[in-house]
Design a protein around this ligand. Structure first.
Ligand SMILES: N[C@@H](CCC(=O)N[C@@H](CS)C(=O)NCC(=O)O)C(=O)O
Length: 208
């Protein structure tokens, strides 16, 4: 296998390593950058040649380089299967799957990242209370949307755990890290309990 994955703990690259673990794929090269070195490493000419944005994740696979996490998730499913991390293409379930796979980054991330920035990431004098309140409200809307969708189902696509759960699961994991999950709807908290029990998640989140 020609696949190489660039990962640093707690970053979006966790989605990729978690998914590969769920898929049972182990014969790829994992470039694991310790958290303490990540910002220095990201600005090295070697890494900037792969990812000019100096962000994680990145993958290379033969001549291909990709730097967008949910797109990488889709690519890996298509190229390496098995297919049971996604419903059958062309079905309504596949539409639901795609929506949530992308909602994890395209829909929900902006609010979660703004909430992070204005509660923990930025130096205190640069934080905006108004922005934090706005981001919290929008994040709650996303969590209510998720809670309504789950409606007693174990996973986003019902009984089938899919890559969409990994995409959304990463957002929930970030909220947990910044202590913003305690007031999430009960169904979302129960969903998080199921996600963190998955051996593939537990193994990936322990990497350091
Ligand atoms: N939309 C991109 C976001 C990538 C991204 O922002 N990664 C963060 C880690 S979670 C990063 O590398 N941040 C470092 C920085 O912005 O300097 C994706 O999903 O891959």
């Amino acid at each position: 296998m020609t696949l190489t994955v660039y990962h640093s703990p707690k970053m979006r690259s966790l989605r990729i390593v978690w998914q590969l673990e769920e898929m049972g794929i182990t014969d790829y090269e994992l470039k694991l950058i310790p958290r303490a070195d990540v910002y220095t490493y990201a600005k090295t000419p070697e890494y900037l040649a792969i990812n000019p944005l100096a962000k994680f994740p990145s993958i290379t696979d033969g001549d291909l380089t990709m730097v967008e996490s949910t797109a990488i998730q889709e690519y890996l499913l298509d190229k390496y299967g098995p297919k049971d991390l996604a419903p059958e293409r062309g079905t309504a379930a596949y539409g639901t799957f795609l929506q949530w796979l992308h909602f994890g980054e395209a829909g929900m991330n902006i609010y979660v990242i703004m909430l992070m920035a204005h509660t923990v990431l930025l130096p205190e004098e640069q934080r905006s209370k108004g922005m934090a309140i706005w981001a919290k409200g929008e994040t709650q809307k996303c969590l209510n949307f998720l809670s309504d969708h789950l409606e007693g189902s174990e996973w986003i696509c019902g009984e089938q755990f899919t890559a969409a759960d990994i995409s959304i699961g990463y957002m929930i994991y970030l909220l947990k890290i910044i202590n913003q999950l305690d007031d999430a709807p009960e169904a979302v908290q129960a969903y998080w309990d199921r996600l963190k029990e998955r051996p593939a998640f537990a193994k990936t989140s322990r990497l350091s």
